[in-house]
Every structure is written in C-alpha cells, then in structure tokens.
Design a binder for this molecule. Structure first.
Ligand SMILES: Cc1ncc(COP(=O)(O)O)c(C=O)c1O
Length: 386
C-alpha cells in the first residue's frame, strides 16, 4: 500500500495523478513545453525547465515513481546509468571512498573502476554475502555502501538487512540498485536503505522501448540528487516520461507473471537431465533462498543456467529456441536470452569475470509474460536438439 492506503495494483494505475485531472483527461497529458512562467526571484533549481526536472510531466512521473516504492520523493533520469552516476556524485566528493558489492552491473562496475579514480573516489569491492569481512574494508574516508538487490547474472541476493545495520553503525549512506527486483518484489527503503535507484529501462517501463532511470528516497536526499542531475544534464524527455508512466501502469501484473514464469522455467530446467545448474533465488536449492524468502515478496523474472555439455551446447540451445530473442537487457514483456560473458560482463577481464562465475557457458534468461507452458515447451524442444 502507498500513503493513500491503496495496494500495488491500484497505486501502479493511479499514483501521481492530480484530481481533478487537467481538463478531465483520464490520461495525464504530455507537457512538451521547455519552460514555464515563474515568479520573479525564483531559485535557479525551482525554475520550471525540462533540464531542471521540474515541469508538470516530470512532477507527475516523480510522484508516481515515489508511490510505487513507498518513497517520499523520486527523480527520473535519462538512463539507469545517469541515476547511479548522479547519485554517487551527489553524495561523494574528492577523497571519499565507498564499499561496493563485487558483482555489480557492468556499467556501474566500469564507472567505479575506470572513471571514479580520476575523480578522486576510492572503491573497495566486498563480498556482499560475508558481513564479517566488511569492517576490514572500511577507511576513515568511507562514506557510502552500494549493492544490488539481486546480482547479475548468478542471481545472488546479498545480505541486505546486514548492509543496512552495518552502514548505520558506521554512518555510511546506503544505495541499492533495485532494478532486478522491481518495486513489486522489494521496497528497499522499507528495510532502511537510504537511496534506491532503477534502470527504468527494464521492469518499470516493461516494454523494451525506452531508456530511463530513477532515484528514490527521502525528500532531502532526492533533492540533493536532483540538483546534481540538473547540472550534469541527465533529465528525462517528456515523451519518454509519458511512455514510462504508461508502462508502469501494468507493473504489478507484468512482474507477477514474470515471477511465475521464471519459477516454472527454473523448476523445469533444474529437473532436466541435460542441465548442470540453474540459478534462481526462488528454488529451494539456491544458496540465498532462505534470506531471499524473508526479504522479497517475489523472486523476480531473471534466471541463469549452464548445460552439462558446455559452451557449444549453450550456443546450440540459443539457436534452437523459438520464443526468446537472443538479446541483452531485461525486464520487458518478451523473453530474452543472453550470454553475459559477451554482453553485460564483456568489459571485464576474463580472469576477473571467471572468478565471479561468469564463464562463457553461462546463459541468462529474462522471462517475459508469455504463457509459462509455451516457454517450458520451447526450452524442452530446444534441449532435445543440443
Ligand atoms: C542492474 C542494472 N543497473 C543499471 C543498468 C543501467 O541502466 P541503463 O541501461 O538504463 O542506463 C542496467 C542495464 O542493463 C542494469 O541491468
């Protein structure tokens, strides 16, 4: 339920809407104007201008995104990467240091290793499953702890409650990438995270037809991010914002179907004699199943697998599948399959990638909303051919 007491399905359809609606329009209109008249003496950041993230279409979208994750405030960004970089730059200054999970999304990892050092920001990658090792990684200048709800592509669920408790003791700001879980399966602010962000390109929009991001948190923290974003120029265009708001209306329905499809497919694959390993936190055999069950209200639409016959067989499986597209990205209504070593983790050195378990034979599936029976049958016929 959001602040109004409505449940997720209702919040997804109606949140952010002013009542009465402009001109009685059932659909919130696109305000295309770049700039709006203001009172003399208005503060720079309060001028209503698209780059300053303050126009009517943007405000509507911000209220809707905040409501979805029970946040006080939200700001939309031009991509998921704009969300993470503007958040880090808002909360860290030259000389600061952060702790980060060791298996972050490739773009975030590359920013932290290739650009953050030039800005004077230090980063130590920690094992987010082993809280007892975190204290040793702290430095006097450590300010922030960054993790993901479900890591890519092995679908591990870090010790999220322990991250919050540790960060509170050590006075660190906690930031979490909640893209893989979506607000339907996890609301990080409710367990004490300071900031949650998303690549809204994925589940929030859900139709693989735009790039966007968002940052959620208290009014004060989001305002800090908005002011940094205003100067970095990463605002979301009103048309993309309109599509994102429209896509988000079916978020609850889509993600519940994706949870169910991923669980059905994971169970089928785990029982198949040609499959060596299935990584899905909803399986009782998954290493994080117990705490994932406590934290999440659904296990998500993402899974990964390896075949007993290795990389060549994995390629034959991809070629034999009829429903999934072979494509990176995730969270859309259509099922996608990818080889993370060649896509999301291609920027990493082979040894580092393999140390994290991202070997060439690993396949990742983003389940769509097709019939679970059709997906299972399609994987079944393709497995017969490998
Ligand atoms: C978990 C995660 N975070 C962040 C991003 C970056 O998002 P975007 O491509 O919208 O910039 C991605 C993109 O794949 C992602 O998977």
């Amino acid at each position: 339920m959001d602040r109004t007491g409505y449940r997720m399905e209702t919040v997804a359809v109606h949140s952010g809407e002013p009542r009465p609606a402009p001109e009685g329009s059932v659909v919130f209109p696109i305000y295309q104007g770049t700039v709006y008249s203001i009172e003399p003496g208005t503060d720079y950041h309060d001028i209503r201008y698209i780059r300053l993230n303050s126009t009517p279409s943007q405000r509507y979208l911000h209220d809707r995104l905040a409501a979805l994750e029970e946040a006080e405030a939200a700001v939309a960004t031009s991509s998921g990467m704009a969300a993470i970089t503007s958040t880090l730059l808002a909360f860290l200054k030259k000389g600061d240091h952060l702790l980060a999970g060791s298996c972050l999304y490739g773009g975030t990892h590359d920013f932290l290793t290739q650009h953050a050092p030039d800005l004077g920001l230090g980063c130590t990658f920690i094992d987010d499953q082993r809280p007892e090792t975190w204290k040793a990684a702290l430095r006097p200048e450590t300010k922030l702890f960054l993790v993901e709800t479900i890591t890519n592509p092995l679908m591990r669920v870090p010790r999220l409650q322990e991250v919050v408790e540790f960060a509170r003791r050590e006075r660190l700001t906690t930031v979490i990438d909640n893209t893989f879980a979506s607000p339907v399966n996890f609301r990080p602010l409710s367990i004490g995270f300071d900031i949650s962000f998303h690549s809204a390109t994925k589940y929030l929009n859900g139709h693989s037809d735009l790039v966007a991001g968002c940052v959620l948190g208290s009014r004060e923290r989001v305002e800090r991010v908005r002011r940094t974003l205003n100067l970095m120029g990463g605002s979301l265009d009103p048309h993309a914002g309109f599509l994102l708001a429209r896509g988000s209306k079916t978020l609850a329905l889509r993600v519940r179907a994706q949870n169910a499809n991923a669980l059905a497919l994971a169970r089928f694959l785990a029982a198949h004699p040609k499959v060596k390993e299935v990584n899905y936190p909803g399986l009782e055999t998954h290493a994080d199943h117990a705490h994932a069950r406590r934290l999440l209200s659904g296990f998500g639409g993402m899974l990964s697998l390896r075949l007993k016959a290795g990389t060549e067989a994995a390629r034959r499986l991809i070629a034999a599948l009829r429903i999934p597209y072979f494509a990176p990205s995730l969270g859309g209504v259509e099922t996608l399959i990818t080889q993370p070593a060649l896509s999301s983790h291609a920027g990493m050195k082979r040894e580092e990638r393999e140390r994290l378990g991202v070997t060439d034979d690993l396949l990742r599936v983003s389940c769509g909303i097709e019939s679970p029976d059709d997906l299972v049958e399609d994987f079944g016929q393709a497995l017969e051919k490998v």
